[in-house]
Design a protein around this ligand. Structure first.
Ligand code: HEC
Ligand code: HEC
Length: 187
């Protein structure tokens, strides 16, 4: 067997193993499966229980690497009017969570999506929504409204994890998307 052929066979076997693991284990044991060996995390997962608890009660706990420092700072200084809701925290919690978000913001991350989101922004732009960053808009422009706003199981692009089934682990790859009511996303 020549080298090119051998590589092809090995890659194929890995792929099959990955697909089998995904189908049968419902993404639960994603970490253990060989799938990991050929996909990379898109952003660093959340590893702060206080953040997860306080900021993950109304919606998905967005990874800090999805926005720049200045966005988190601005958001955390106006929690009493947070997208029309009151998300105020006591001062100790506010300070601790701001510190976590700022230290792990896109500027401080080597992960692919963090770098792409950051470089899609102008220096003087301070988006409060990940879903309004240029990179996000570009990546989602082919997703029809009927699957999002018109979809009672989704409602808004803010609900990352309803479509990106492994979002919580830091995976946003286009091959790991299932739209509620529509099924697997197939480009
Ligand atoms: C009381 C409920 C509530 C709490 C608590 C809350 N949020 Fe939100 N958040 C919202 C709502 C409502 C939206 C808008 C969602 C939409 O448009 O569908 C939102 C949107 C966001 C978005 C923008 C998502 C996008 O579209 O890109 C970010 C980022 C965010 N919140 C961060 C936080 C952080 C950080 C905390 C903790 C300090 C927090 N949220 C706590 C209700 C809440
Ligand atoms: C309605 C379902 C839906 C929601 C909600 C959603 N996405 Fe997506 N996302 C998609 C689809 C579908 C694609 C692939 C689009 C394509 O291939 O044209 C995508 C692509 C992406 C990509 C690029 C992946 C790649 O392989 O290039 C990233 C990163 C991403 N989404 C992040 C997010 C984040 C962060 C959120 C929440 C703030 C979010 N998405 C919310 C459906 C969704």
């Amino acid at each position: 067997m020549n080298i090119a052929r051998k590589l092809l066979v090995t890659t194929g076997a890995l792929l099959m193993a990955g697909i089998a693991a995904c189908d049968h284990e419902e993404h639960e044991s994603r970490e253990e499966s060989s799938y990991k060996s050929f996909t990379r995390l898109d952003v660093a997962p959340v590893n702060n229980p206080q953040y997860r608890e306080e900021c993950g009660s109304c919606h998905f706990a967005y990874q800090p690497g999805l926005l720049p420092e200045r966005s988190w700072q601005k958001m955390m200084s106006q929690l009493e009017d947070h997208f029309g809701e009151n998300a105020e925290l006591d001062e100790q919690a506010r300070a601790a969570i701001t510190d976590y978000l700022v230290k792990n913001a896109a500027e401080h991350s080597d992960y692919k999506r963090s770098r792409k989101i950051l470089s899609s922004l102008d220096k003087d732009e301070t988006p409060l929504r990940i879903s309004e960053t240029r990179y996000f808009v570009r990546k989602h422009h082919e997703v029809p409204k009927s699957m999002v706003q018109g979809n009672p199981e989704v409602r808004s692009f803010s609900a990352c994890a309803t479509c990106h089934v492994n979002a919580d682990k830091g995976y946003y790859d286009e091959h790991e998307i299932r739209i509620p009511g529509y099924g697997k996303w197939d480009d």
